[in-house]
Ligand binder design. Structure first.
Ligand SMILES: [Ca+2]
Length: 397
């Protein structure tokens, strides 16, 4: 056997040998996790106000916004919207307070935006996704003014799952909103599913101007004045872009789109782009006969369910603490694994990222970035009836 294998190796052309060598996975990069707090249950989103206050605002899925100031969790929540929300199941629930973003002029106007799940009385709806504007209290910068609430958008949700829920202001000062396909499985709502149905906000990334009443549609959105198409749509064919972020360097929008049963993917979101769902799942056909594959934008990366179960999109690292990580897209999976991507043509190259000091069984819910560009990972640590949530800062190993 040994001899046969040697002979087989000898028969390989030098180029094939080289190819085999370059396919050998690189050893994982390492970063260390530095605990910031383990007192926020289900931390699913983090945002910074851009006012130089060195504060990070963390959404607890159950309905509270918490402040981390100079690395310390503040004892009082910034805002509590739990009383307005649907009742969140203590076990698994994809509904809740899922997103936060600060107005680009927050420092002068005090406005910020939340995405959360509220009850709906509409027939066929499980709940509504609400995008609401609030203002900070004029008396206390660490408190929101609850009475300042203004409804920006309401989106009916046919099922409890696949709600997207991330909010981010782009370099153009418009608000981007990620919305899942409406849930269930296989994008089962309507004749073509929601991802490819342009008459619904579901399965999309939207782009709106929050300075309208209640908002306005930017004139350069890709589908403005197209009959039967919702003009708020920026990109479509997404199954559940749970977390997305703008790269502080290139200004590109990255999204982690959660897959069905086989493939998780990372997309760079461009104006008017069709990201394939439910025609494709990652690079693979799902209902391939339903569309023209050549018109779809492929992910820059996918991994299968041997590696993970549900992607948690992250950030391109633009900080200073970990020089080796600069320019790499850092992301993870609900199963606790994490990776980075570096540009390599249409398909980026993935490498495992080892999080030194991570608790066993940790689930990666989200990632965060502070004003200096340093990264955080937001996790849940299951422990029977007493699960914990934690926020860790990524530091040099
Ligand atoms: Ca896709």
């Amino acid at each position: 056997m040994k001899l046969l294998r040697l002979l087989a190796l000898a028969a390989l052309l030098p180029s094939q040998v080289l190819h085999a060598t370059s396919n050998t996975p690189a050893p994982p990069q390492k970063v260390k996790l530095q605990l910031v707090t383990d007192q926020v249950l289900s931390p699913v989103a983090m945002a910074v106000p851009g006012d130089g206050s060195n504060r990070q605002f963390v959404c607890q899925k159950e309905g509270r916004v918490w402040i981390i100031r100079n690395g310390k969790l503040q004892p009082q929540p910034f805002l509590d919207v739990s009383a307005e929300m649907v009742k969140i199941n203590p076990g698994y629930d994809e509904r809740g307070l899922l997103g936060i973003a600060f107005h680009p002029r927050f420092k002068s106007n005090g406005k910020f935006y939340l995405y959360y799940s509220v009850p709906s009385s509409t027939k066929g709806s499980n709940h509504k996704s609400l995008v609401a504007e609030y203002k900070v209290s004029s008396a206390n910068p660490d408190l929101a003014d609850k009475d300042s609430k203004r409804t920006v958008m309401e989106i009916e949700q046919p099922e409890s799952n696949h709600n997207g829920g991330d909010l981010a202001f782009g370099p153009d000062n418009y608000l981007y909103i990620s919305l899942g396909d409406g849930g269930g499985a296989g994008d089962r709502h309507g004749a073509t599913g929601n991802g490819q149905n342009m008459d619904t906000w579901l399965g999309k990334i939207l782009r709106i101007d929050v300075n309208g009443t209640p908002y306005s549609v930017p004139k350069d959105n890709p589908f403005v004045n197209k009959p039967g198409i919702k003009p708020e749509i920026w990109a479509y064919g997404l199954r559940n872009a749970w977390r997305m972020s703008f790269d502080k360097g290139t200004k590109r929008l990255f999204a982690g789109d959660v897959g069905q049963n086989k493939y998780e993917e990372v997309d760079i979101i461009t104006k008017g782009g069709n990201y394939g769902w439910r025609i494709m799942e990652g690079y693979h056909g799902f209902r391939e006969s339903e569309g023209d594959k050549t018109k779809l934008i492929e992910p820059i990366h996918e991994y299968d369910h041997d590696q993970g179960i549900s992607i948690t999109g992250g950030y391109v690292y633009r900080g200073n603490a970990i020089p080796a990580l600069r320019g790499q897209y850092v992301f993870g999976d609900y199963n606790g694994k994490s990776w980075t991507l570096v540009p390599a043509g249409a398909k980026w190259t993935g490498q495992e990222l080892e999080l030194v000091g991570k608790p066993a069984n940790m689930q990666i819910l989200s990632w965060g970035q502070d004003e200096a560009g340093e990264l955080y990972v937001l996790v849940s640590i299951p422990a029977g009836a007493n699960p914990k949530g934690a926020v860790y800062k990524l530091v040099k190993a």
